[in-house]
Design a protein around this ligand. Structure first.
Ligand SMILES: Cc1cc2nc3c(=O)[nH]c(=O)nc-3n(C[C@H](O)[C@H](O)[C@H](O)COP(=O)(O)OP(=O)(O)OC[C@H]3O[C@@H](n4cnc5c(N)ncnc54)[C@H](O)[C@@H]3O)c2cc1C
Length: 395
């Protein structure tokens, strides 16, 4: 189809990538976000090769490589420090044909925004209504303004308002029984190798660092990492009265020296504390001229590191469905849904299963996983990641 106008609600990585893909397809796009200033939640994100392949096809390969960390290997350790395994990810990169890039979220969002152009984005515009006629769809904003187009894309995240319109009901997110802390930190090689995803596991908890792109004025001998900690806890566990460092010190008190170094060095003011939720797979992703992308469509726990990557895959799929078909917008969006529903449902359910295993839902299974990690030469871990990557739209 030609000459379409798309209204996109949400300027996260899903909304912005969709806007770029649709504009490259020749469509008119405008993105609306409720915030006054774009500030993505969370510090870093690993963009696995399936997401990077889409960004390559959108002409953003060099830009994402510039902000991405060089991830060349993975090592797991017991929480006490003993190494369980250590392997290069070169075989994975060679098999899928593209390296992954862990990135800083604000840098990814800025890169997408610069590519799209700030004039295509209106901030301080909270969508509170959607109305469809036979051939148009209108978004209604809190201040009474409206925007009308041929299609509307709900890229408004895990608490999506547009999802309620698509489903005709509201829904509760599902707590995944653990809290995650994450942030950015600069560390020297004496703490962890600069090009490794280094993980510590034990007591059903996890601590990890992953390299992101370095700062222009990076201190000599240090590299910048995304760090995260997971602890199984009730969702409403109050923060320690003495703050985040105090609670991490308590939860990780028997853990190895590098973990203690990370806790001692992190900036508690810039550390996020997130009770992890997902959403049960939706019965539909599309209603008429309205489609969901990203977390609005398939909010997943981060245990596969695939939520953002799925949003980026959605962008590619929706642009291609509209470009390739000629029976009308609603028909093309149904084809988008057919392409994405099973894929994203699998990711949500698989991440759930993996999260349960990591966080001791069944302690016997978690112990078995720890034992397997000690036997692992990397091939099982890489095969699982390759499978997820190759099930993406670009293979
Ligand atoms: C701890 C953690 C770690 C993660 N790690 C990874 C990882 O390593 N790799 C990976 O691929 N994914 C990861 N994810 C998942 C990833 O963060 C999300 O899947 C991704 O951010 C979803 O992007 P989005 O654009 O769909 O939604 P968001 O980024 O949530 O953007 C939604 C936007 O919509 C706006 N909005 C909301 N409601 C309205 C409204 N009514 N009107 C107007 N605007 C509105 C919001 O202001 C926001 O800007 C992780 C998630 C978490 C929580």
């Amino acid at each position: 189809m030609d000459h379409l106008k798309a209204i996109i609600i949400g300027a996260g990585m899903g909304g912005l990538t969709t806007a770029i893909a649709l504009r490259q397809a020749g469509y008119e796009v405008h993105v609306y976000d409720r915030v006054r200033e774009l500030r993505p939640a969370g510090a870093g994100i690993s963009l696995w090769s399936n997401a990077i392949k889409v960004l390559n096809r959108l002409g953003l390969g060099a830009k994402v490589a510039r902000i991405g960390g060089q991830l060349n290997g993975v090592s797991y350790h017991r929480h006490t420090g003993e190494k369980l395994n250590d392997f290069s990810i070169k075989p994975l990169i060679e098999q899928v044909g593209q390296r992954p890039y862990p990135v800083v979220r604000t840098e990814l969002q800025q890169m997408l925004l610069d590519t799209l152009g700030a004039d295509c984005v209106t901030l301080d515009a909270k969508c509170i209504g959607v109305e469809e006629s036979a051939d148009r769809v209108t978004a209604i904003f809190e201040d009474g303004q409206t925007a009308t187009g041929d299609l509307l894309i709900g890229a408004d995240g895990t608490h999506s308002f547009v999802r309620e319109y698509v489903l005709g009901r509201s829904l509760e997110r599902v707590y995944r029984d653990y809290i995650n802390w994450n942030g950015l930190i600069c560390l020297g090689e004496e703490v962890c190798p600069k090009d490794y995803w280094t993980l510590y596991v034990g007591q059903h908890q996890r601590a990890a660092v992953m390299p992101v792109g370095n700062l222009p004025d990076q201190p000599v001998g240090e590299s910048r990492f995304y760090f995260f900690f997971d602890v199984p806890l009730p969702a409403d566990t109050p923060t320690h009265p003495d703050g985040i460092r105090a609670e991490l010190t308590e939860f990780f008190k028997d853990w190895s020296t590098p973990v203690q170094r990370i806790i001692a060095q992190l900036d508690p003011q810039k550390t996020n504390r997130v009770p992890i939720h997902d959403v049960n797979p939706l019965e539909r992703l599309v209603r008429g001229r309205v489609a969901l992308v990203g977390d609005a469509a398939h909010s997943t726990a981060p245990d596969l590191g695939q939520g953002g990557a799925q949003a980026i895959e959605d962008a590619w799929a929706i642009a291609n469905a509209l470009l390739a078909h000629n029976l009308g917008v609603a028909d093309a969006l149904r084809r988008y849904e057919a392409q994405r529903k099973d894929r994203t449902e699998q990711v949500v359910l698989w991440a759930r299963k993996r999260g349960d295993m990591i966080h001791g839902k069944d302690p016997v299974k978690t112990q078995r996983w720890y034992d397997e990690l000690a036997q692992e030469d990397g091939s099982n871990i890489m095969n699982a990641i390759v499978k997820t990557i190759q099930a993406g739209p670009l293979g």
